[in-house]
Design a protein around this ligand. Structure first.
Ligand code: AMP
Length: 144
């Protein structure tokens, strides 16, 4: 069986993200694989769109700027170059699948749980990424 060549790590930038990326870094080193990071920003309109008649664009810009600088810092800390950092607006599971396909990733690494907490056996995003993925998916156990 061949080694992994391109690994995509999905991070929600919660406290658990470092443990997830550390695991992916070890796998990448052992396989001689490239490591990519993705963070997906969910537009406020997805959550509140029809319900609240309000213009979210200012807050949305602010959220995107903060997320970009957080991801940049996170990438620096874990020695992942900016070219390999991806920030996308959309639904996490959809965008993670899309980026994995675009890059030709052969492994997606996610946390078993993230911002949405430990209420479920496997977090809802983790579950969504697992379903329909075109490559291997590793859910790193976090939150114990
Ligand atoms: P959750 O299912 O939301 O508890 O999160 C589980 C894992 O899914 C996290 O540890 C991340 O690996 C991934 N994930 C969740 N939300 C995002 C996001 N917005 N962008 C990228 N990855 C995410």
């Amino acid at each position: 069986m061949s080694n992994y060549t391109k690994i995509l790590v999905a991070v929600d930038l919660s406290d658990e993200s470092s443990a997830v990326v550390r695991r992916a870094t070890v796998i990448a080193a052992n396989n001689g694989a490239q490591l990519h990071l993705i963070h997906v920003i969910e537009p406020l309109s997805f959550a509140y769109g029809g319900d609240i008649p309000m213009d979210f664009s200012g807050i949305q810009d602010e959220i995107q700027q903060q997320a970009s600088s957080q991801l940049k810092r996170f990438g620096e800390t874990h020695d992942i170059s900016e070219d390999n950092q991806h920030i996308i607006l959309g639904r996490p599971e959809v965008e993670v699948h899309g980026k994995a396909q675009e890059l030709g990733a052969d492994l997606i690494v996610i946390g078993s749980h993230g911002r949405h907490g430990l209420a479920l056996l496997l977090g809802s995003t983790a579950n969504g990424v697992l379903h329909g993925a075109q490559c291997d998916v590793l859910a790193v156990r976090v939150g114990d």
